[in-house]
Design a protein around this ligand. Structure first.
Ligand SMILES: *Cc1c(COP(=O)(O)O)cnc(C)c1O
Length: 399
């Protein structure tokens, strides 16, 4: 019988040191050797099952990595202390001075700032294009292009990239396709569509409790080994290791991800439909009129729905701020950045999560000032939630 990613995670059965149902946490930074010879062999990287030093790897991190590789259907994975660490380490592992990157213009603000302001210091240049238009990607390719970078579902406008078509372009030109799948874990499996490297900010849906910052790179064993290389691996040498206590806690949260994603999607879809009905400008990939609706439907693992993120446009920043404050007062959720939390989070991306992007560029990509981004929570009774939001909107004369 064919097992899907969630089944593969379910089938992982790790026993703790004393027969515990959760694997033991490795509470050590360094590891002993019974013989001096095996220590030198481990340094040369040719002894399996031996641990040396926890920046290199630790049993707790390996358990989580095995589960995340199963989720993304890749050979291997490496966890990091943040999503940004996973992104920057991957880019710096692949690119050297004089290389070129093609990136979607609607990537996460931190990624955008890294490519726009940081990597040029090492003479690595980036062209920002609309990756939903394959022609624009092809036009931007040069002999120096090493990476095509995009997000499956973009932030905050929730545009979906056609990973399959982009992967074909990348393969043809021998370029690595790096995909950030933070917004759509389990819903989309980019490696099956041809992505070479799949990255997550674990901080968001995968962890789901907004209590830690973490990231992961899922890829071939070859690439993961490169990241970990003690002589020139970016993970190893930049040192953005995840702590063992944290990885053991993330692993437990990962076990409920499939249930959570379905509920986030169900709740977000309901709110999107009702907001639209009320005449509020609503963007949600599950709505028929969303420009990426058909494409998303094609690439999605259907049982997980269209995701927990939606945006509405209430016209002005002032109105957006008033509505968010009112919703917070009415216990709908928190006026906060980030996503994937069990309670609803909302923010105005133009002046927060996407503020690295200049006003002119925001305008060009359709990021309006009255936009509110919702990460819809796991609310038990979403109809009740909607009624409360509706009352807030009425009081502010938004509807
Ligand atoms: C949050 C986020 C990141 C950065 O992850 P951190 O864990 O905050 O470092 C990268 N990409 C996307 C799409 C994100 O939402």
């Amino acid at each position: 019988m064919k097992s899907k990613p969630a089944d593969k995670i379910q089938d992982l059965q790790f026993f703790g040191e004393f027969g515990g149902v959760n694997p033991s946490v490795s509470d050590s930074s360094t590891y002993t050797f019974l013989s001096a010879k095996s220590m030198s062999e481990t340094f040369e990287g040719n002894t399996d099952g031996c641990y040396l030093y926890s920046r290199n790897s630790s049993p707790s991190n390996l358990y989580l990595e095995e589960a995340l590789a199963a989720m993304e259907e890749t050979e291997s994975a490496n966890v990091f202390s943040s999503g940004m660490a996973a992104i920057t380490s991957s880019i710096l592992q692949i690119c050297k001075s004089n290389d070129h990157i093609i990136s979607s213009r609607t990537v996460y603000g931190g990624t955008y700032a890294f490519l726009k302001n940081f990597t040029p210091k090492f003479n690595i240049k980036t062209s920002f294009v609309d990756t939903s238009k394959p022609d624009e990607i092809i036009k931007a390719i040069t002999s120096k292009t090493k990476i095509i970078y995009c997000e499956v579902v973009s932030n905050p406008l929730l545009e979906v990239s056609d990973i399959k078509s982009i992967a074909e372009i990348a393969k043809k030109h021998n370029i690595k396709l790096v995909v950030d799948n933070t917004f759509s874990p389990l819903s989309v499996t980019p490696s099956k569509l041809g992505a070479d490297i799949v990255i997550h900010s674990i901080t968001k849906f995968i962890n789901g409790t907004s209590d830690t910052i973490a990231g992961v790179v899922c890829s071939t064993k070859e690439f993961i080994d490169q990241l970990r290389d003690i002589n020139d691996g970016s993970f190893m040498l930049l040192g953005s290791t995840m702590d063992s206590l944290r990885s053991s806690s993330v692993l437990k949260n990962l076990r409920t991800l499939h249930v959570r994603v379905k509920k986030h999607s169900e709740n977000a879809h309901y709110l999107a439909k009702m907001f639209k009905k009320d005449g509020v400008k609503t963007v949600y990939p599950g709505l028929q009129e969303h420009p990426s609706h058909d494409l998303y439907q094609m690439i999605i693992n259907k049982e997980y729905g269209f995701g927990g993120m939606l945006t509405i446009d209430v016209g002005t920043l002032k109105k957006a701020n008033k509505l968010m404050e009112k919703m917070q007062k009415n216990k709908i959720g928190y006026l906060a950045v980030s996503l994937g939390f069990y309670k609803t989070l909302f923010c105005a991306p133009g002046s927060s999560t996407s503020s690295e992007i200049s006003e002119a560029e925001q305008k060009e990509m359709g990021l309006t000032e009255g936009l509110i981004r919702f990460s819809v929570g796991l609310d038990n009774d979403i109809k009740r939630t909607y009624e409360i939001i509706r009352k807030c909107m009425k009081e502010l004369k938004i509807i």
